[in-house]
Design a protein around this ligand. Structure first.
Ligand SMILES: Nc1ccn([C@@H]2O[C@H](COP(=O)(O)OP(=O)(O)OP(=O)(O)O)[C@@H](O)[C@H]2O)c(=O)n1
Ligand SMILES: [Mg+2]
Length: 342
């Protein structure tokens, strides 16, 4: 049994594992459904690969992985697994620094297994694919590389850069690439990850016009503003040539499009809300229209007249006759003067 993947990588890079809370355990020749059942914890079993994901009481997950070889009958599609040794399992992986294993011997002792020359990659902080067909077979690795490079301050090895055109060629027919692009939006700095892709010659994978927006959201985050996944996704949709198509590809659901519509509306939202964060970026000249309370303060009598006054303002706004809250106040003062005496 061996600990593999992100936890080993992050440990060797000296990064606290809270950036990668999920553990991957590779196990040779065992029935992982039986093993997961024996833990007494809730789990899901992935029959195609013989893997099981166990959920710990604190909600972290442990992936139990049956060690395997992989072949790609159709490039871009899912690999076909065959049972294999731990060594073979490490060799099928994406990058040198993700292919290290901390082996737990039956006697309890631990040792680090490096069958792909991953340790020098850790030292050089470099992302290196394990063979020259890596991105052709699985183009999603390009986006994984950008996510990791942005998160962990890693550089691209020349072997990676050489394969960028292969990944771009295969992008359309690699559903997993779009799933990784969705994950990119959940990274700590999605704008930085998108810029990595751009630097590597793959700036077209996210809609290119989105890069300044993603940068701006990263900058907000840097300032301590809470910018969530939905906000990044909405920004991406705003500039996508075909938003519905992109939302479907990235499996974004309805929420980001709905958030975008609210951000672009005139409805007031509290400071610091996703709607306001986006509105400030997408419509820098937008202002907060007057509300019922403002209207009462300006002398419109409570009751039905408030709705009528707000509708009057909405009409002016739609006609482009007011451009600021001050314009609205001025228009409303006029409106109040012209009200019939009650
Ligand atoms: N297309 C992929 C996806 C995953 N892996 C391997 O599976 C491991 C676990 O994958 P995942 O949990 O997605 O990524 P981590 O590297 O663990 O990074 P993190 O969880 O921190 O994002 C990776 O390290 C890598 O060895 C791979 O080789 N090719
Ligand atoms: Mg992981």
């Amino acid at each position: 049994m061996a600990l593999v993947g992100g936890a080993v990588r992050d440990g060797l890079l000296g990064i606290a594992s809270n950036t990668s809370p999920d553990l991957d355990l590779a196990i040779e020749g065992a029935d992982l459904q039986a093993l997961a059942t024996a833990t007494g914890l809730p789990f899901t079993f992935h029959a195609a690969f013989g893997n099981a994901t166990v959920t710990l009481p604190d909600n972290r997950t442990v992936d139990l992985i049956r060690t395997r070889r992989e072949t790609y009958p159709v490039a871009g599609g899912n690999p076909v697994p065959e049972p294999g040794t731990l060594t073979e399992d490490l060799q099928r992986r994406d990058f040198g620094l993700n292919a290290l294993a901390l082996v737990l011997e039956p006697g309890g002792e631990l040792h680090l297994l490096d069958v792909v020359g991953g340790l020098p990659d850790i030292q050089a902080r470099v992302l290196r694919p394990l063979h020259s067909g890596s991105f052709h077979e699985d183009a999603s690795r390009l986006v994984r590389a950008a996510r990791l490079a942005a998160r962990l301050d890693l550089a691209a090895h020349p072997d990676l850069l050489a394969q960028v055109p292969d990944a771009l060629k295969m992008a359309e027919q690699t559903p997993r690439l779009w799933a990784e692009l969705r994950l990119l939006l959940a990274e700590p700095r999605p704008g930085r990850a998108a810029r990595m892709l751009e630097t590597w010659g793959a700036g077209q994978l996210p809609p290119p016009a989105s890069l300044p927006l993603l940068d701006a959201l990263d900058a907000e985050k840097e300032q301590g503003v809470a910018v969530n996944f939905q906000t990044y996704a909405a920004a991406l949709l705003h500039v996508a040539p075909n938003p519905a198509d992109l939302a479907a590809r990235l499996n974004l659901g309805e929420k980001p499009a709905a958030l975008l519509a609210r951000a672009l509306s005139d409805t007031p939202y509290p400071d610091g809300s996703p709607e306001r964060i986006l509105r400030r970026l997408l419509r820098p000249d937008a202002y907060t229209p007057l509300t019922g309370r403002d209207v009462v303060a300006l002398g419109v009598p409570a009751g039905q007249q408030i709705g009528a006054a707000l509708a009057y303002l909405a009409g002016l706004r739609a006609a482009g006759q007011v451009q600021s809250a001050e314009d609205e106040r001025a228009a409303l003062r006029q409106y109040v003067r012209n009200l019939p005496p009650s």
